[in-house]
Ligand binder design. Structure first.
Ligand SMILES: Cc1cc2nc3c(=O)[nH]c(=O)nc-3n(C[C@H](O)[C@H](O)[C@H](O)COP(=O)(O)OP(=O)(O)OC[C@H]3O[C@@H](n4cnc5c(N)ncnc54)[C@H](O)[C@@H]3O)c2cc1C
Length: 238
């Protein structure tokens, strides 16, 4: 396993409690849209075993051609040790990234793509939308639906509707509006539904999609294949 130590290039404030840490791109480091990485803080590998409290999974919210690795996260007032340390870091400080992989690249299957997310989950989809803008081949259209009850909507520059590019985007701030909007999307029985958010959010979304007749192979989650099939077969009730 290769560990890439790199530096924070700059920190962008996206919304009230949400920041993007832009990391320098180490030589030879590349990734696909939808990728997540292991984001680790200094000292995580100082002991015999890696210190998990200093490591988090994070999506990469940029594309390689932006030449910076974007990590977008929310830091609430009451937060974990990891987030406390992270929020004290500044441009020039060192962090590590390793084990980077995309479970949710943009599928080019001549279908409509629906991106369903909660809060900063939208970060996973930013590179998918940029990738689609650059090359729309074999993707009919893309629609994003994001819920954030604190109304801290992010990336509104990219996630504004662009009907001329077959891209539409909706932000909602409550569950009722979210599930109403989502149920409408399921009228497309051939669409591809990507979901990013907490496990509870994933389960509710899967249940609504399945009840509306969407097949599990039309549902994309940022999970490895084994975790994914276990997730899609869970019996859940809202
Ligand atoms: C594939 C994958 C991709 C991911 N991508 C992203 C991403 O791009 N961005 C992202 O932000 N996250 C992402 N996550 C989730 C991420 O790994 C973290 O789990 C998440 O950010 C929460 O971080 P945290 O555990 O440090 O908790 P925090 O966000 O600090 O806290 C979580 C909750 O617990 C409470 N809490 C925590 N510590 C305390 C305490 N000491 N006392 C009281 N309350 C406390 C907080 O108030 C909060 O409600 C991803 C996860 C996976 C699996």
């Amino acid at each position: 396993m290769q560990i890439y130590w790199t530096r924070i290039n700059r920190i962008i404030s996206e919304a009230r409690e949400i920041k993007t840490y832009m990391l320098d791109r180490p030589a030879g480091f590349t990734w696909e849209e939808g990728a997540h990485t292991h984001f680790a803080l200094e000292g995580f590998n100082a002991g015999e075993k890696p210190d998990r409290s200093l490591i988090r999974h994070m999506s990469i919210s940029t594309l390689p051609h932006e030449n910076l690795i974007g990590i977008t996260t929310r830091v609430r007032k009451q937060c974990s040790e990891f987030k406390t340390i992270l929020s004290s870091l500044k441009a020039g400080d060192e962090v590590a990234i390793f084990k980077t992989h995309s479970n949710v690249p943009l599928k080019r299957e001549d279908r409509n793509v629906y991106l369903l997310s909660s809060g900063v989950g939208l970060a996973t989809f930013r590179p998918l939308v940029l990738e689609y803008f650059e090359r729309a081949g074999n993707v009919n259209q893309v629609h994003s639906l994001n819920i954030d009850s604190s109304r801290d909507f992010i990336f509104t520059d990219i996630f504004g509707s662009a009907p001329d590019r077959q891209f539409t985007s909706q932000f909602v701030d409550n569950r009722k509006d979210y599930y109403e909007a989502m149920k409408k999307l399921t009228s497309d029985q051939n669409g591809l539904f990507y979901i990013v958010g907490s496990d509870e959010f994933l389960m509710h979304n899967i249940e609504v999609l399945r009840a509306a007749g969407i097949h599990p192979n039309q549902i994309m989650l940022d999970k490895h294949e084994t975790a994914m099939s276990e997730f899609l077969s869970r019996d859940v009730s809202i």
